[in-house]
Design a protein around this ligand. Sequence first.
Ligand code: X2X
Length: 335
Amino acid sequence: MKRSALGMAALAALMVGVAAAPVSAETYRLSHNTNDTTTWHKGAEKFNELLQQATDGEMEIRIFPNAQLSGGDQMKQAEMVGRGALDFVETSAINVTPLAPEMAVFSLPYLYSDYADVDATTGGAPGKEMEKIMAEHGIIVLAWGENGFREVTNNVHPIKTPDDMKGLKMRVAGPMYIDVMNALGANPQQMQWTETFPALQQGVVDGQENPIGAVIIPQRVYEVQKYLTTWHYSYDPIFLGVSKKLWDSWDAGTQKKVKAAAEEAMEYQKEISREATASGIEFLEGKGMEVYQPSAEEIDAFRQATKPAFDTWAQKVGPDLVENFQETISDAKAN
Ligand code: X2X
């Protein structure tokens, strides 16, 4: 075969090969700070699945659990997204408070009493207000998910009254909880979530607090904790956020697909978290945990005991913002 014909044949084969190969997908990195068993991770996987479907495989998400892209530092993820060093983050509002102190509003002790309160705020004007604040820090909040109502566990004794918290070495996730635990007479220690399981195992700390369905069950906290009290003392949402730099680089059609996939993924994540929480007490008792469910009066005693921390952080968050949340909650209760 003449060289030119051979060359043409090779070129043709190459062209066919190239034409048949799918358009190379844009791969984006998403960080979250639990391990790959939680509803957080399931929500991120759902986001990837939906986004690939919506873009015929042209956009895909690579998920990095355990805050591994920020050296295990759960508080650093959002800051990296804000400056465009990371594409997406799925994390708790608590983890963003060093960047945006206002985000602590969601977790003020006893701000919320039930899911209806929560949904009225994240789905209403308060949620929009928080999205505006986050955009000022370079993060577009695409959708709100759920970590949930945070319940306390420990290895020392059942917790039934505020006095039972006195002297307990408690791992906490963020700065506000240091003030909450101090108000209860406990000894708080802020620690990365990725360090908490071994710290509980080795007795470095006596206890921790986290939601049942999203974290305590999937991360098998019951293997290293004996007692759980459903004191519902603090709620925290998670959110799926994207770097504003990346968001602004997309056309309206792409933005619409990304937002729709995120909203559906976080609705799914919230649903499975609530389902796991609803059946969680029975599951945990089956795993040998002793669960105490305080009465309304006993919950009120915890509310009173944590009020000093509420008042301190309401000032830090901003009284107007707190009022915005409280008004939305009371309107929701009235309807
Ligand atoms: O660190 C925690 O406790 C966790 C996993 O709930 C958060 O990221 C706030």
